[in-house]
Design a protein around this ligand. Structure first.
Ligand code: ATP
Length: 236
């Protein structure tokens, strides 16, 4: 499959206010695509549309070759998702949360236990395993969410501000594990405000501005374009 994430002409309005005005991009297996842009540009709306949490007014989304509008289950079962803000799960411990997600995904705990344990150690989450999710700091919750998305080794990984509140060492672990998954053939799309992470992780980025991707390329290409004024909206 040459394209694992395909987004074509995504359009969405909230209360008749246009938020996405024809967003298009694609991500191949092995690529890590960074969706960047100012607050309110439409990053979260785009990523939620990918995983079926927002219904676009128009456009087409395919994950792993499945159209999300018509083959939602197949599309979502090959996809891991890290939301921007957690909802619910406050009264599950981290351990219960991970086991719950694994059962939702139809994973056998015995088969993934070693991998999960490795991630828990790398993210230094051991001492929080029996704490309620609702009692944890933002960064610690993010680590649990990232592990829950990585543990099925998805073919497609969609992440909205995944490293918010994470300490620098955990961000390094995050970059390493996401890169590893991409090397194994996953297609990854993530939004982030942390240019530092994006520079080190993303093979390609797209700049979303007022609901449209105004430029795409490697970080170096985007910087060159901005420096030569090829895309003046980048400076807004
Ligand atoms: P941020 O970086 O601040 O998270 P973003 O690029 O992710 O921004 P979105 O969260 O997609 O942007 O929001 C785009 C616009 O849509 C914003 O103006 C936001 O207020 C608006 N919006 C988002 N969700 C809703 C909603 N459910 N109802 C109405 N307006 C919404």
């Amino acid at each position: 499959m040459s394209t694992a994430i395909l987004v074509e002409g995504l359009v969405k309005s909230y209360n008749r206010v246009p938020v996405l005005r024809g967003v298009s991009f694609s991500v191949r297996p092995g690529e890590v695509y960074g969706l960047l842009g100012p607050n309110g540009a439409g990053k979260t709306t785009t990523l939620k549309s990918l995983v079926g949490l927002v219904r676009p007014d128009d456009g087409r989304i395919e994950l792993c070759g499945y159209n999300v509008a018509t083959h939602r289950l197949q599309a979502l079962s090959c996809t891991g998702y890290v939301p921007e803000l957690t909802v619910g799960f406050d009264y599950l411990s981290v351990r219960e949360f991970l086991e719950f997600v694994s059962s939702l995904r139809g994973l056998r705990w015995a088969e993934i236990e070693d991998y999960v344990e490795r991630l828990v150690n790398l993210f230094e989450l051991e001492r929080y395993m029996d704490e309620f999710m609702g009692k944890l700091s933002r960064g610690t919750v993010q680590k649990a969410l990232v592990i829950s998305a990585l543990m099925s080794r998805p073919k497609v990984l969609v992440m909205d501000e995944p490293t918010s509140g994470m300490d620098p060492e955990s961000q390094r672990v995050f970059r390493e594990e996401v890169s590893r998954l991409a090397r194994e053939g996953a297609a990854v799309v993530l939004s982030s405000h942390l240019l530092y992470n994006v520079e080190r992780l993303c093979t390609r980025v797209g700049i979303l501005h007022k609901g449209v991707i105004i430029t795409e390329g490697s970080i170096d290409e985007i910087r060159r374009k901005a420096a030569t004024g090829e895309n003046s909206t980048l400076e807004d």
